[in-house]
Design a protein. Structure first.
Length: 621
């Protein structure tokens, strides 16, 4: 019987070797980011990865274990296991695909493949394909073939295909079965400790790439899938509920409810342009980049620029909820995944509609993507124009219609719209795979060049749009608000998702309705994309009390701060400090003022209380 147990040892050895190869490739792909990391620390990744690798292998061993127990108790002497080769082959192919997807997702998102990415792929396959089009196809295919080939090769020489049993008393066989079940359960759980295994068991380094490399890809995905179903429990409890509420309330408490009045009218038309991936790093004014956004840089010197604004998240769905509804991010989660909750949060469109505004939303892509349509239609947008509203196949990108066509459509429709109106336009051309209808300004040798070229194109579309808009009768009574949906890793290759610069975005108020003394004015107060709602409504002399997470950037008494988050991580920035924190590894990733321990603790408490309260409200919706 002991000889038959070698089957499990060889099964575990095979999968540990497969995960080793997967991890080795991951580290090789991101070797440039690890150039300054000692070799000993990189090698330590493989050691710290063992607990999660064993846990995942134990999950995979459940079916073979049940089969083994059946044949052991059945009394058979020799059992052929041809099916195990099929079982492993299917898993090898699936895990190889996941590995390649993970390599590319990590490059764009800074996190491993998770439930959100999988849901994205199944709910919006076309958009997922378009989003992945900027990935190096040749390398991805080569790595997929390599992983599958190595997996099949190892399986052939490592995994047993035959079980040989010796005559053993039934009592010993029963004890052996219980022993195997117990061992496998403990491996899945991660030992006899008080708490079960988590991703944090793999965290060991100050370098996040190594920590993420140590986390088993498949285990992480499985954990994410299970967690995504849990919307009744707050995973972000850091302190007493009352203390957390007091902490967050203090951030929004002002000594006086007042505002700087920018506008020469209280009922202007409002056009909100949300620009895809238009990070501050693209501009000369905020990012010191020459020639990418020349027209927008000119606008920033003619309008009212909010120079220290941060997006709460790193994806469009979170940017839309922040800009249109003043609702922050939920770290690993997104409220758009729960339409029944999303419908309960307020939106700027609702307030303006109730106050006599005619509302519309323009987008060149598929509005059903990521539940955009559910939000738009449930928040008093009277008109929705998306790619299905256009005829013909002219100017069609992988995501939908190119920006210039959408801008032109909005202009044409607004010329027929009754005033006052509130119209939102979401661009898309500056999204991967960064395709253009014409010659790319900066070429297309790599993603940086492509990204800069699509940003330059969108900048030219904005210029052409405003040039035409100035000829319309409604222009002089219109406030234009320009904001990015989120920051981006490009063009400066800010790979670390935990640095605040990844979230720095421009926010610009522009138009003839702005008083002359404020044109060209720059406000450097730190704020968030979520603050657009309260800031705009204050200018229109409309209440913003329902937007509990939004503050008026033009109130001199408002506390300057911004909160942002990513999958299982968060950051908080104010005038004193910026601290970012990893919820899995329970470690500070970035600290702009590490020498001040007391201030660091205070800033971190702000971040923790903020996320705890946001998630609590999400659960209670």
């Amino acid at each position: 019987m002991l000889k038959s147990l070698l089957f499990f040892l060889r099964f575990f050895l095979f999968w540990l070797l497969f995960f080793f190869i997967d991890r080795l490739i991951f580290i090789f792909i991101y070797h440039r980011q690890l150039a300054s990391v000692p070799l000993s620390e990189r090698l330590a990744t493989f050691y710290h990865a063992i607990p999660l690798d064993l846990s995942m292998t134990a999950y995979l061993a459940v079916i073979p274990l049940l089969s083994y127990i059946y044949w052991l108790l059945n009394g058979r002497k020799i059992v052929e296991l041809k099916w195990i080769a099929v079982y492993n082959t299917v898993l090898i192919v699936i895990f190889s695909i996941l590995a390649v997807v993970n390599f590319n997702i990590y490059r764009e998102w800074g996190s491993k493949v998770n439930a959100k990415a999988l849901g994205f792929a199944f709910s919006s396959p076309r958009e997922a394909m378009a989003s992945s089009a900027s990935s190096p196809i040749g390398l991805s295919i080569s790595l997929l073939i390599l992983l599958i080939a190595l997996g099949l090769f190892l399986q052939r020489y490592v995994v047993s295909r035959k079980l040989s049993f010796t005559q053993t008393p039934i009592s010993l066989r029963a004890i052996a079965c219980l022993f195997l079940i117990a061992c496998n359960f403990l491996l899945i759980r991660g030992g006899l400790g008080k708490s079960p295994i988590t991703q944090s068991m793999a965290y060991f380094s100050k370098d996040q790439v190594l920590n993420h490399a140590a986390v088993n890809t498949e285990w992480n995905l499985l954990s994410s899938l299970l967690a995504s179903r849990m919307t009744k429990t707050n995973p972000y409890i850091y302190m007493d509920k009352q203390l957390a509420e007091q902490n967050t309330k203090a951030l929004y408490t002002t000594a006086k409810d007042t505002t700087v009045s920018l506008l020469n009218t209280k009922r202007p038309n409002v056009v909100l342009i949300i620009i895809e991936s238009f990070t501050a790093d693209l501009t000369k004014t905020l990012g010191d980049e020459d020639g990418i956004t020349p027209h927008f840089d000119t606008l920033m010197h003619k309008g009212v620029l909010f120079s220290q604004i941060y997006s709460p998240g790193s994806r469009t769905d979170k940017g839309l909820m922040a800009a249109l509804a003043g609702f922050p991010t939920l770290a690993a989660g997104s409220i758009v995944k729960w339409p029944e909750k999303m419908q309960k949060i307020p939106a700027i469109s609702q307030v303006l509609f109730k106050n006599g505004y005619h509302t519309s939303f323009f987008y060149g892509g598929e509005s059903e993507f990521d539940n955009y349509k559910a939000f738009i239609l449930s928040h008093d947008y009277q008109k929705l124009v998306d790619k299905n509203s256009f005829k013909g196949n002219e100017m069609k990108s992988p995501w939908g219609k190119y920006d210039e066509l959408v801008f032109a459509r909005q202009l044409a429709d607004l010329n027929r719209e009754q005033q006052p109106f509130f119209s939102t336009l979401l661009t898309l051309t500056n999204h991967e795979p960064y395709t253009l209808p014409g010659t790319p300004k900066f070429g297309n040798t790599d993603n940086v060049a492509k990204f800069k070229s699509t940003a330059y194109y969108t900048d030219s579309c904005i210029n052409a749009y405003l040039t035409t808009a100035k000829k319309q009768t409604w222009y002089k009574n219109t406030l234009f608000i320009f904001v990015a949906d989120h920051g981006h890793v490009l063009p400066k290759n800010r790979q670390d998702i935990a640095v605040p610069q990844r979230y720095h975005i421009p926010l610009l108020f522009y138009g003839e309705v702005i008083k002359n003394e404020f044109k060209g004015k720059r406000f450097d107060r730190i704020g968030s994309q979520t603050d657009i709602a309260a800031t705009l409504l204050a200018q229109l002399n409309l209440p913003a009390t329902t937007f509990t997470w939004s503050k008026n950037l033009l109130n001199p008494y408002t506390k300057p701060f911004a909160f942002f988050s990513w999958d299982n991580g968060m950051g908080f920035i104010d005038n004193q400090q910026c601290v970012t924190f990893d919820n899995v590894g329970k470690m500070i990733l970035y600290n702009s003022n590490a020498a001040d321990k007391a201030q660091t603790a205070k800033t971190l408490d702000h971040a923790k209380a903020y996320l705890q309260n946001v998630y609590r409200q999400f659960i209670e919706l």
